[in-house]
Design a protein around this ligand. Structure first.
Ligand SMILES: C[S@@+](CC[C@H](N)C(=O)[O-])C[C@H]1O[C@@H](n2cnc3c(N)ncnc32)[C@H](O)[C@@H]1O
Length: 262
């Protein structure tokens, strides 16, 4: 056998072994990746939501098998994985590719990889219009930037945020977990909103002519009935409407832009 051939073959084998080793090393590094709380992220650092609060957030949104949950900035995947354990389909949007890989491994380990998926993407570039529930642990100014997109979602879409509010759009519900309830450190408050239907305008009802002004989920206005005008105060909860006028309580539902009283 010519010496040159032997040298070439030995060299090729050496390169193959070296790249195999490099590949195994890279895989090992990826699978031992351990994030540090407070590490930089694109727009927000990574701090994990305490598991007790993850559970509370999903309880508030009543997450179940019919839901499609999206966590914006999904970190190590804990919210998505917990939602998937409740039978929901869930998608995490995370900018840091190492965190995306880590979440996928965590979902595999938890046995919910078929329901919990993760994409490496910028949450500002992401379409979340298909979600029935949106969870997030971002920052007040990011919540405000997302707010117009959130308010344009299908009425009834549920939103839960760890700790941060939505400016003057008041939460429908707020809950703070105690240490006994499983939240020992900071970040123990969850805020919950339901995207309100658009109810503002004039509605001709059997009860009279109802004129509604709307500020997020809060309603005010007038009801003209039998020659009298009554002040109206009410609330929108998804598509459900409740208002009081002249000492009576009315309930109804928005069907597109028209109000149907029960
Ligand atoms: C405070 S952590 C919350 C993690 C997780 N949702 C939780 O509650 O445990 C915020 C996460 O958002 C990610 N992030 C920051 N900016 C982002 C962006 N523009 N698009 C997607 N993810 C982003 C960070 O990498 C980090 O993992």
């Amino acid at each position: 056998m010519p010496a040159a051939f032997i040298r070439r073959t030995a060299f090729a084998l050496f390169i193959a072994a070296l790249s195999g080793f490099a590949f195994a090393q890279a895989n090992k590094e990826a699978s031992t990746y351990e994030p540090t709380s407070g590490q930089a992220g694109k727009d927000v650092v990574w701090i994990p939501t305490p598991q007790g609060l993850v559970d509370k957030m999903l309880d508030m949104a009543k997450v179940g098998p019919k839901d499609f949950v999206m966590d914006l900035g999904s970190g190590d995947g804990r919210t998505v994985i917990t939602a998937a354990k409740r039978g929901a389909r869930a998608l995490g949007v995370e900018y840091n590719p190492d965190m995306v890989e880590l979440s996928r491994r965590n979902a595999e380990k938890a046995g919910v990889a078929s329901k919990a998926s993760f994409v490496k993407a910028d949450l500002f570039e992401t379409d979340f219009s298909k979600a029935s529930v949106i969870t997030m642990f971002l920052l007040p100014d990011i919540n405000l930037k997302l707010r117009p997109k959130i308010l344009a979602l299908k009425p009834g879409t549920r939103i839960v945020s760890n700790s941060f509010d939505m400016g003057d759009w008041e939460a429908d519900q707020t809950a703070t977990l105690s240490a006994e309830a499983g939240c020992k450190a900071s970040w123990c408050t969850a805020l919950f909103w339901i995207v309100p239907a658009r109810a503002a305008g004039t509605h001709k009802l059997p009860a009279g002519e109802l004129t509604l002004r709307q500020r997020y989920q809060m309603l005010s206005g007038t009801l003209e009935t039998e020659g009298k005008t009554f002040a109206v105060e009410g609330r929108v909860r998804g598509e459900e409407i409740t208002f009081t006028a002249g000492g009576r309580t009315y309930r109804g539902k928005m069907n597109g832009r028209s109000l149907e009283l029960n």
